[in-house]
Write a protein that binds this ligand. Structure first.
Ligand code: UTP
Length: 289
């Protein structure tokens, strides 16, 4: 059995320029889908998958994230005195056990690979999960839990993958697929942001990864890739052959909450998924059509 995954990295150091001006003073990861910030969905998904230590790689202007996962004494006292038990429980549910969360700063947003590398000292020599909060995945079982169940059989490096239309492929890391076994697809190659003509398949990497610690050595070489950024997928591609490497075709619907349309779509889907909102939201949507 491979070494179990106990830690997860949440890179939240990006600038979120596609959401300006909303993200001028508020982190993109605090944008709410219905009534919960994106980052809380990611943390809950990790917790469901058995993660015990949460490592945030933050940047300038991201203190709202730290506050979100802390006590809000004034608010809690107020809710308590007004006997707003339900609201109080919601507020308290976000707070992890002391010492479960660690924060480090990326200092400069040099790319996702660089953000992940910044967490290396918290990870040490064990495998780790990475979750991008702006990739929101709605499903019965969380994507990371599904991946870890598969990882327990095969070990190695793993990325979540999904089919994307040809016109979108150049926004993603794309795998060259090999043997397929159920939801696992052997990764034989990995290219970041290829043109449609260069893309080795239509299977794109989305924001869930399981990494073996060796990848940190490669990330530490700071090789620039697509867009002049230090790309996580490039370092992963250089790990090919050193450990099993699989794509995992997850069960669930993924929303690109880093884009405006994807974010709106997620809000609609999550609202329609809720018993307390479904009827009202359906009525509103019908009125627009
Ligand atoms: P994006 O590619 O969506 O970049 O990052 P961004 O800066 O957040 O947003 P835009 O494109 O300017 O609108 C994907 C994920 O990687 C993290 C982001 O926080 C996001 O979770 N990231 C990206 C970092 O932590 N550091 C970086 O240097 C770049």
């Amino acid at each position: 059995m491979p070494v179990p995954i106990r830690k997860a990295i949440f890179p939240v150091g990006g600038l979120g320029t596609r959401f300006l001006p909303a993200t001028k003073s508020m982190p993109k990861e605090m944008l709410p889908v219905v009534d919960k910030p994106l980052i809380q969905y990611a943390v809950e998904e990790a917790r469901e998958a058995g993660i015990e230590q949460f490592i945030f790689v933050t940047g300038r202007g991201k203190t709202a994230i730290e506050d979100h996962f802390d006590h809000a004494y004034e608010l809690q006292t107020m809710l308590e005195s007004r006997q707003r038990d339900e609201a109080l429980a919601v507020v308290k549910a976000t707070i992890p056990a002391p010492g479960q969360i660690a924060y480090t700063r990326q200092l400069e947003p040099l790319g996702l690979g660089h953000a992940v590398w910044c967490a290396r000292n918290f990870v040490g020599m064990e495998p780790v999960a990475v979750l991008l909060a702006d990739d929101l995945i709605l499903g019965k079982t969380g994507c990371l839990k599904q991946m870890i169940e598969a990882y327990d059989d095969v070990g190695g490096n793993m990325v979540a993958v999904m089919e994307v239309p040809e016109e979108d492929i150049s926004s993603y890391g794309v795998i060259a697929p090999g043997d397929v076994q159920d939801r696992l697809i052997e990764v034989r190659g990995l290219v970041e942001k290829p043109t449609a003509a260069e893309a080795p398949s239509n299977l794109a990497v989305v924001g869930r990864y399981i990494l073996q610690p060796r990848v940190f050595e490669d990330l530490g070489r700071f090789e620039r890739g697509a867009g002049g950024e230090i790309q996580l997928t490039d370092s992963l591609a250089r790990q090919l052959g050193s450990a099993p490497f699989n794509g995992f075709r997850f069960d669930g619907r993924r929303f690109d909450c880093g884009s405006k349309v994807g974010f709106l779509e997620a809000n609609i889907a999550y609202a329609l998924d809720r018993d307390d909102m479904r009827d009202d939201v359906s009525r509103i949507l019908k009125s627009f059509c």
